[in-house]
Every structure is written in C-alpha cells, then in structure tokens.
Design a binder for this molecule. Structure first.
Ligand SMILES: O=C[C@H](O)COP(=O)(O)O
Length: 291
C-alpha cells in the first residue's frame, strides 16, 4: 500500500498574524481543504493508496463535516496525550491536553506522533527542567499506545539532526525500538524526517540516502511501511516514488517561495507527480529558497 500524508502544521494562521493562510477564512479552512481535494483524489480509487490529512485540532470537526460519501480523505490530528479517559477511571481531567479518545470522538481516524517540531518541544521542556531528553522516545511510546488503544492509526516520525548524523543508525534505532515498544505495529506507519535537511538553505538527501534509510527502517522493524517526510514536494515527488524501500510521503508546505504556504491545487499536483510521474507542470514558486 502507498500512503500520502499531509501535515497542515499551523498553516491556518492568517497573514496579518504572520502566518501563511490566504486560502480561506479561518472558520472554513478545514472544510475548504477537504472540499478542494477529495473529488480529485477519487481518481486514484483502486490504486491501493491512502490519503491522510493531519489538521490542527480546532479544524477537525469542520474537516470531518466536509467529507463526502466515499471520500478518499482520512482526517487526523497532530498528536495525542500520553494518558486518557476510561470507563470507571479518569473521566476527562486533562485540561489543555488532547487525548486519543477525544480525537476519536471528534472523528479522527489517524494521528501524527513525534513530528520533529514536537520532539524538539518535548526535549526542550525536559532539558529546561534538568531532565533527560532521551525520555522523549518513551513519552512518544505512551502516546502511540494510547492512540492505538483508542482505535487510531499512527504516523510515527523519526529522524536525525545534523549533530546526530555521524551516529544516525544508533539514533534511528533507539527512536524505533523505544517508540514502538509493545505497540501493535500493524496500526503504525513510520515517517522519516531528515531533520538536518529541513529549513532554509539546506541540501535535501538524494535517492541513495533516502533508500538507505528506508532499507534500515524495514530491517529494524521487521518490514513496517515507511514514508519520506522531508517532505514530499513537486521537486522530489517522482524521485521519491522511484525509491524501492519508501512507501509514500509526507507533504506540508506546497510552495516554498513567493507566497509560501499550502495550496490544495499544488497538493494535488504533488500527488499526481508521485503516483503518476511524468512531466512537472509549472506552478508558481515551487522551489524552497526563502524559509
Ligand atoms: O511535516 C513535514 C516536514 O516537516 C517537512 O515540511 P516542509 O516540506 O514544509 O519543509
């Protein structure tokens, strides 16, 4: 099976507040994205491909409400808390935390866990408190277990920083071993984020590097599906599609210069390039240059 994931980060924030949202009023942003992608994605029915979109929590209800009958789109959220409600147990005393049961009740079928921005935040909190940042993998493991228990599928992100690159095997193995401990791996897909290559002026990995990581993840996990989370974009979609040990990609920004942001028509073009290959159509500002 192929997987096309979409991480909408905080692309809902309007430009007047420093964000990148120029596509829809914030109260209609979730439904706008679903409505402007789901019909076109129906063209891939029969291709054994899933299309999952991770929304900020505030937009989940709106996005779920826009799903048509037989929609190919699955709606997910961007993380869950490491504890949850239970009948006869905690009834919901989790102020500010989004639990897996809450996500499920809102209509999510999937969750993104351990994105590099989330890992950085957790490690920063642990370090600030004089704690052990290596505990991040153990916390993420609790979150994966709660998500699976609640019936959610998980996209679990791993990746090495620039400083960790010389010992990438050790770092990725620890993230996989600790994060996946005692979990139902049939409910989890891995996303590889080359953290060292994400950001302005960085050189992205080539197909040999991506293939090497894909093979390593499959060998370490007993053959779990793994997608490229660098992320997938117009410039690399055909290249990533040709890497044998990668089972899909994680899209975020679709435009990297000029009016940077997420645009549904450009998302559909990335999907087309990944699944059908072929010539790239010219779309405004598709190269990263000014983040
Ligand atoms: O979630 C995806 C990765 O952080 C890559 O995002 P990006 O393609 O917008 O740089």
């Amino acid at each position: 099976m192929k997987h096309i994931f979409l991480n909408l980060k905080r692309f809902d924030i309007p430009k007047e507040y420093g964000g990148v949202n120029a596509i829809a009023p914030v109260e209609q942003w979730g439904s706008f994205i679903v409505r402007n992608t789901q019909e076109a994605l129906k063209a891939y029915k029969g291709r054994d491909t899933e299309f999952v979109m991770f929304f900020p929590e505030a937009h989940v209800l709106n996005a779920v409400g826009a799903l048509c009958e037989d929609s190919p789109v699955k709606v997910g959220c961007q993380g869950v808390f490491r504890q949850d409600t239970a009948i006869g147990g905690n009834f919901g005393a989790f102020t500010s935390s989004r639990t897996a049961n809450a996500a499920k009740a809102l209509g999510c079928s999937c969750v993104l866990i351990g994105h590099c921005e989330e890992r950085r935040d957790k490690a920063g909190i642990l370090e600030a408190g004089g704690g052990d940042p290596s505990a991040v993998n153990r916390i993420l493991n609790q979150e994966i277990r709660e998500a699976v228990r609640a019936g959610l599928n998980v996209l679990y992100c791993i990746g090495e920083t620039f400083e960790e690159q010389p010992r990438w095997q050790e770092v990725l193995k620890e993230q996989l071993d600790e994060g996946l401990k005692d979990t139902d791996r049939t409910k989890v897909t891995i996303a590889y984020e080359p953290v060292w290559a994400i950001g302005p002026g960085k050189t992205p990995p080539d197909s040999d590097y991506i293939g090497k990581i894909g093979a390593f993840v499959k060998e370490t996990t007993g053959g779990m599906d793994v997608v490229y989370g660098g992320g997938l974009k117009q410039d690399n979609a055909a290249m990533v599609a040709a890497v044998p040990d990668m089972d899909g990609g994680l899209i975020a920004l679709t435009r990297f210069s000029g009016e940077i942001g997420f645009y549904p028509n450009e998302y559909l073009e990335i999907v087309r390039l990944y699944l059908d290959g072929g010539e790239r159509r010219e779309t405004k500002g598709s190269k990263r240059s000014d983040l």
